[in-house]
Design a protein around this ligand. Structure first.
Ligand code: B12
Length: 297
């Protein structure tokens, strides 16, 4: 994990964002920044809390290295003419892991939601990279390397999110057997974590009938399935209908998404929902939390 520290002193956060210690004291006293105390009584800021504050206050991170994010300096706006999509595409095209991470993490720290980044520059870059192999064989290597870099960045973003409460509702899911796509699954898990869910991502190639058992055992509030590979339509639709039927008794919704999800959407099942993007998923997740009291915080 890239974050060098789990906690910062107030002075370290002040240095990182170029603020004075008196401003920091004001924010702490005003409750804008939550602190904990060491056994010796010293004030410490959990690094995820520092990140939340930076995002919400729009504070510039002038010394990212103080919180272990030195790669962000690479992402300083360079070629003003290049769009975000283009800059990320180029970084992934040449396998520049540090720049790709610097770009995504700095956009996140500017306050952009994970869902917007996933539906926007990351999806666009992977989509373009996915075209290359059709013309040049080495495109396969480029695509594999870019996928691996994206997965690493998604793991790093996970570590930057505020801790989810132990009693938060649980969301679990994965992609069905025959579907090898890991990035969409990791994105779903992150969007749900950002929306305040505890999440379990079973990832690619998951037998769907096992999700029903897991949902019952773990009292899941939401089950999700990502369908990115062209599915065996009849089998996957039947598996989804079975899964939906088994979790319906507990009023658990199932949310389907992914480029081929619409093809396996069982008809007339009230607890099955289709979401076309991570942004729609985030809205759906917030909706479930507000209408289902047993799972609310
Ligand atoms: C990386 C990749 C692979 C990797 C995956 C590695 C891994 N372990 O994850 C590997 C190498 C395995 C692979 C294999 C193949 N691939 Co491929 N692959 C891609 C690529 C470049 C990126 C996929 C990705 O992760 N995208 C990022 C995701 C997040 O974006 P997304 O899929 O658009 O998802 C968005 C929405 O659908 C939604 N969403 C997704 N899931 C969910 C879930 C929920 C619950 C919700 C709410 C929303 C949601 O949100 C996302 C963000 O906006 C795509 C290109 C592309 N356009 O996506 C090709 C692509 C999907 N692959 C393609 C092909 C042809 C193949 C192969 C057949 C190649 C081959 N000849 O072997 C195989 C088949 C594999 C299989 N079993 O089906 C084609 C598919 C064409 C089609 N008709 O569907 C594509 C489009 C490339 C292309 N332009 O030709 N691939």
């Amino acid at each position: 994990m890239a974050l060098a520290k789990s906690h910062l002193t107030p002075k370290e956060l002040a240095d990182a964002i170029g603020a004075s210690e008196s401003s920091m004291r004001r924010w702490v006293d005003g409750g804008q920044i939550r602190m904990s105390r060491t056994a010796g009584g010293h004030r410490r800021i959990p690094v995820e809390e520092a990140i939340r504050f930076i995002r919400e206050a729009g504070a510039p991170l002038v010394h990212p290295e103080v919180i272990g994010l030195s790669d962000l300096s690479l992402a300083a706006p360079g070629d003003a003419a290049a769009s975000d999509d283009q800059r990320l595409f180029e970084a992934l095209l040449v396998g520049d892991r540090r720049l790709a991470k610097g770009l995504i993490v700095s956009w996140y720290l500017e306050g952009r939601s994970l869902a917007t980044l996933f539906d926007g520059p990351i999806r666009a870059a992977l989509s373009r990279l996915g075209e290359i192999w059709q013309h040049e064989q080495h495109g396969i290597l480029v695509e594999h390397r870019a996928t691996e870099i994206c997965l690493e960045i998604l793991h790093e973003l996970r570590a930057m999110l505020s801790a989810v409460q132990a009693e938060a509702p649980l969301a679990l899911g994965g992609a069905p057997e025959g579907d090898p796509y890991l990035v969409p699954c990791a994105m779903v898990a992150l969007v749900l974590a950002e929306a305040g869910y505890r999440e379990v991502n079973y990832g690619a190639q998951t037998p769907l009938h096992l999700l029903a058992d897991a949902a019952a055992e773990q009292d899941a509030a939401v089950v999700w399935v990502s369908i990115t590979a062209p599915p065996d339509k009849r089998r996957v639709e039947r598996d989804i209908a079975d899964l939906a039927g088994r979790i319906a008794a507990r009023n658990t919704p199932i949310v389907l998404g992914g480029r081929h999800a619409a093809e396996v959407l069982p008809r007339a099942l009230a607890n099955v929902h289709l979401a076309n993007s991570m942004t729609e998923l985030a809205a759906f997740a917030r909706g479930v939390r507000t209408v289902s009291p047993p799972h609310a915080d």
